[in-house]
Design a protein around this ligand. Structure first.
Ligand code: GLA
Length: 384
């Protein structure tokens, strides 16, 4: 394994190797922080960490993606600093505060998850780092606890008040399956996605608009605050609701008129998206890819018009996909404002789809997109 050899060259000793995946969300967008439902899967692209224990409390780390080195001491009082170091400092501080024992380590990081593309490269880095340091210290790993610590690290060290989806799937992804996660109870149901029992079998193709997304500019947190405002206002009509997850579509339709326009549209997205996600899980279980695809298009429309987290390039990519042969459905995936679309494509049409979408998107925008065909992979793991 290349990372192992590189580690030996740099640090002069044998490492252990761990990895965590990026993710793509099939449906259920901006529902996680509303206690709702999501349907992500771990992708084949991963972040790998080669690491060896140190006897002091220093974490020394080199990243091939950033071509730079950082060093810090284990402490629960670590504060945010610059860029990628925050993901490591954050997970260390959060695990120590959870009273885990960690040890110092020499670390080498490598990744093939594109950065800033909405495929959760940062969650993969947080989860892989936390897992590595726990394993090196001989600690038992509770994957849900690790996901929660990584979520807090993201929130505190980058300022984005994210939900649990990305860190959860990076920890608990199941090969060949998407996970329907209940973001309130933190339970999941694994639904086969690469199964041969679905005829004709779908393939997941991710298309990168190459427009970088940045959730730290405040729009993401604003959406979250708008949803909370919606709950506050609706609770005067619907006492007892804790989150938009608790609002039925019929009740919402009844009281929506009392909400300010923007809040109403944000709530409409979340409430209908939760319903679409549950319906999509059923459709996938029954192998009804046509219905699943329709729900993907409806999700995109709602994200674009009501939630306003799309952008012209994402809209173009989805519209273009919908006119290509063999496409069941397409939508933006992840936080939005750029990044990637997820497309469900008939298996024997994948090559044609990738060629066509690249050609047409480039002709319209002048940008050469990237496409990643992927199966569903495992969550964080020890590499052998
Ligand atoms: C980002 C966040 C997730 C989730 C998605 C939108 O990826 O990290 O928690 O809210 O956006 O579904």
């Amino acid at each position: 394994m290349e990372i192992k050899q590189k580690f030996i060259q740099i640090y002069g000793r044998e490492p252990q190797v761990f990895s965590a995946p990026g993710r793509v969300n099939l449906i259920g967008e901006h529902t996680d922080y509303n206690d709702g439902f999501v349907l992500p899967m771990a992708i084949e692209r991963r972040t790998w960490i080669a690491a060896a224990r140190r006897e002091d409390r220093v974490v020394r780390c080199i990243s091939t993606s950033f071509d730079s080195q950082i060093e810090f001491e284990l402490s629960e009082d670590l504060k945010p600093e610059a860029d990628w170091a925050n993901h490591l400092r954050g997970i260390v501080a959060c695990l120590l505060r959870d009273e885990y024992t960690l040890c110092g380590a020499d670390i080498l990081i490598d990744s093939d998850i594109p950065l800033g593309a909405g495929l959760s490269s940062s969650a993969a880095l947080e989860v892989a780092t936390g897992y590595t340091l726990l394993k090196l210290a001989g600690q038992p790993v509770d994957l849900v606890d690790l996901a929660l610590a990584a979520q807090r690290a993201e929130q505190e060290f980058t300022g984005t008040q994210c939900g649990i989806m990305d860190q959860y799937i990076a920890c608990l992804g199941v090969r060949g399956h998407a996970l329907m996660i209940d973001c309130r109870t933190l339970e999941y149901r694994a639904v086969p996605i690469d199964s041969d029992s679905i005829v004709p079998g779908p393939r997941v193709v991710i298309c990168n608009t190459m427009v970088r997304h940045d959730l730290t500019d405040g729009e993401y947190n604003r959406r979250r605050a708008e949803c909370e405002e919606g709950v506050r206002r609706l609770s005067s009509h619907l006492p007892g609701i804790q989150a938009l997850r608790d609002v039925e579509i019929e009740d919402f339709d009844h009281f929506a008129g009392s909400l300010p326009e923007t809040i109403r549209r944000r709530c409409n997205h979340v409430i209908t998206e939760n319903a679409r996600t549950l319906e999509a899980v059923n459709a996938l279980s029954l192998g009804d890819m046509k219905l699943f695809g329709q729900l993907m298009y409806a999700s995109h429309k709602s994200l674009s018009l009501d939630y306003e987290v799309s952008c012209p390039e994402l809209d173009l990519m989805v519209g273009t996909a919908s006119r290509i042969k063999g496409v069941y459905g397409a939508r933006m995936t992840g936080g939005g404002f750029g990044g990637c679309t997820v497309n469900l494509v008939e298996r024997d049409q994948v090559d044609n789809f990738v060629a066509e979408i690249s050609k047409r998107y480039k002709a319209e925008t002048g940008i050469t997109p990237e496409s990643y065909v992927t199966t569903a992979s495992n969550g964080v793991r020890v590499e052998h």
